[in-house]
Ligand binder design. Structure first.
Ligand code: DX5
Ligand code: ZN
Length: 214
């Protein structure tokens, strides 16, 4: 994924978490057919979030079946231990949680050194002020509008206020990061977050149910 936005002004990133795991290859084709720009891949470790989803071998198996960029959203403790192996598996972007790490700048640098784009994700209770120091270094900020861990949850409107704050800071500081929004995105909430300036919208359950009209 380039750090560029297509003609429509934003990118659609369907989340594989809501796909049928029996036929993930078909889900990749479905995403391409329905206009997805990026494949959002939710990796869960059963510790940072309650469930375990999938890991590097699944990402590696999928890599040759899509030309779209893979944005790997790491919902894991100790994300620094997973960077290299996800890069090898075919990730284009690696997004890790602010709350799961201490040496953020070091992890961002490690991702960049592997030739990938680096993202930071914020759970709804983490304010923008927490990430101020790393804004100049990061390529993507993933604003979670649900508490991470499950698809199909209800959008937390308060958390979406961070989109505008991040866009303002980007302008003031001359930064280049994209703002992505993840959790509870349906036809109605997509409009809300796009109006606030989101560059990327992630959608799992609404997208795969076929009810996401944009
Ligand atoms: C939640 C994941 C999301 C999830 C979104 O922890 O990070 O990417 O797949 O699913 P929906 O769109 O159903 O909220
Ligand atoms: Zn996600």
């Amino acid at each position: 994924m380039k750090n560029e936005i297509q003609d429509k002004g934003w990118l659609l990133a369907p989340s594989l978490l809501s796909a049928d795991f029996y036929s993930l290859k078909d889900s990749l084709s479905f995403i391409e057919k329905k206009g997805g720009d990026v494949i959002h891949i939710d990796v869960m470790d059963g510790t940072f979030v309650p469930q375990i989803s999938f890991g590097q071998p699944v990402v590696a198996s999928l890599r040759s079946h899509s030309t779209l960029p893979f944005d790997v959203h790491l919902m894991v403790e100790h994300p620094e231990t997973q960077i290299e192996s996800f890069a090898k598996a075919g990730a284009d972007w690696i997004t890790f949680h602010w709350e799961a790490a201490l040496h953020h700048h070091r992890i961002i640098t490690a991702i960049h050194d592997l030739g990938l784009k680096a993202g930071i994700s914020l759970v709804p209770s983490t304010p923008v002020s927490a990430v101020e120091e790393i804004l100049p270094f990061v390529d993507l900020i993933l604003v979670m509008t649900v508490n991470p861990g499950f698809g199909g949850q209800i959008f937390i409107e308060n958390a979406a206020e961070k989109i505008k704050q991040l866009k303002d800071k980007k302008l003031d500081g001359g930064y280049s990061y994209l703002v992505s929004v993840d959790g509870g995105i349906n036809s109605e909430t997509a409009r809300v977050v796009l109006d606030k300036g989101a560059d990327i919208i992630v959608s799992g359950s609404s997208f795969f149910k076929g009810s996401l009209i944009l």
